[in-house]
Design a protein around this ligand. Sequence first.
Ligand code: ARG
Length: 572
Amino acid sequence: MTLQQLLNDRVSAALAAAGVPDAPAVLQPASKPEFGDYQANGVMGAAKKLKQNPRELAQKVIDVLDLAGIADKVEIAGPGFINIHLAPAFLGGRLDAALKDAKLGIAAPVRQKVMVEYSSPNLAKEMHVGHLRSTIIGDAIARVLEFLGHDVARANHVGDWGTQFGMLVAYLVESRQAGEADMVLSDLEDFYRKAKVRFDEDEAFADTARDYVVKLQGGDAEVRKLWAQFVEVSLEHCEAVYKKLGVSLDRDSVRGESAYNDDLPVVLSDLRTAELLVESQGAQVTFLAEFQNPEGEPMAVIIQKKDGGYLYATTDLAAVRYRHRQLGLDRVIYVVDARQSLHFQQIFTLAKKAGFAPAEMQLEHVAFGTMMGEDGKPFKTRSGGTVKLAELLDEAEERAFALVSEKNPDLPEVERRDVARAVGIGAVKYADLSKNRTSDYVFNWDSMLAFEGNTAPYLQYAYTRVQSVFRKADAVDADASIVIAEPAEKQLAVALAQFEDVLANVADTCQPHHLCTYLYHVATLFSRFYEACPILKSEGEVRASRLQLAALTAKTLKTGLGLLGIAVNDAM
Ligand code: ARG
């Protein structure tokens, strides 16, 4: 159980015993060490409601508050805050258990079947920076949920369907005839551009392309085969990027828009049966009273166009339906750009109305802002083009290699390359994950690669510093108990004991920056502890205990960074 939950339960029980059942405990980590480790601030609100003196009520609560073996001091402060000082022995016991456990002592939650849908690029183009945020935020969320013990499915809802594929297939056929298809396909970006030029300049080509769309959607075997080849090359590109990024998406995670093609007419007829469909200007639409257009009228979601074609929304409805009926998911997390918020709110509302998903199924749009350049505009190349993700990541590694070489020229080159990979990719990921995902953020090489501050290199370096203690310590007793005595030990211990709280929070809010803030906090507290409490120069049980604290710090940093998809090295 998380510390927060444990203390919350105890304080709530005490509030009930003191005559205020259902009053929230309002428990939070103390804002300053003088206030103990946790504060319960619920008494004030409860006293106000009951018209009682808050300090007197706080005393009544404390009198019945059972924190035996957990806290060694509980006191009233200010108008009626309850300050809780955790007992060193309690903390020591929790940390000992965490150190011995592969999952750092976290308890399994009520297991949910969760899908994290992320990355989901449109396959017609190479992955560019616009795909970065979804890919790394989604991956971190999936890792955290999985680590906590949920049954996690990763989904890559790639855009592999739609009219542009007719154009691409037409161009593929044409290039094959000219004997140059494979060469052409090696640069997807270029391929797309050239296909588009042909489409725009040549009526006959455009007609052929449109013909291919019809054949493709109708299931023509030949055209499907060509399309599949195109999709294959495109997915290989994505996989190369995932590999470079260290992202846990594979071919099994891919279920693209095309997979729902046969379900689209079913969605249409289900909506019709549910009497949710009307004809409007020849199209089949649903009006949702929950959403209003600027004129104050219910908003329309188009399900089928006048020409019989289906839309992005139709596919998403089919996907929700599939995820409920075939997969039986409890929760689906869509990690997609904030600009698609309205789309998802409409889909979720409509899916529930239509019975595609039951009311209790959690459908969440995990939205994120835009990655900006120094100029405050969406990140672009110097000439204003889109930045290919593969190139951005290469640059990250190159820059990190230069830094690492400067810092540690004696490290053999292979090792420096290894470190540079972890640092470069880690820096890019951390810079993104450490920000509140809903806001835009400015992409800046210098700040993300800094070895000071809340950055990946700082944390990776902090990890190696802890490891260096073990390289110098010859005898380490792996069974020694952690005994907390000094204030700096206590503060580090409390933070280490909060790992599960933080992960639970990330799982709940899908906000990985809480984990970043936490790891930075742990690294900072370790530095203070390291300065205040000699480790190798101390002796006996004190030395053994401090080494164990250091070991758990290293384990927490490594595990935590690992959940963000960031690797560490033992030396750098
Ligand atoms: N392929 C889409 C795009 O690039 C993102 C897909 C998001 N997921 C979804 N279920 N609609 O904009």
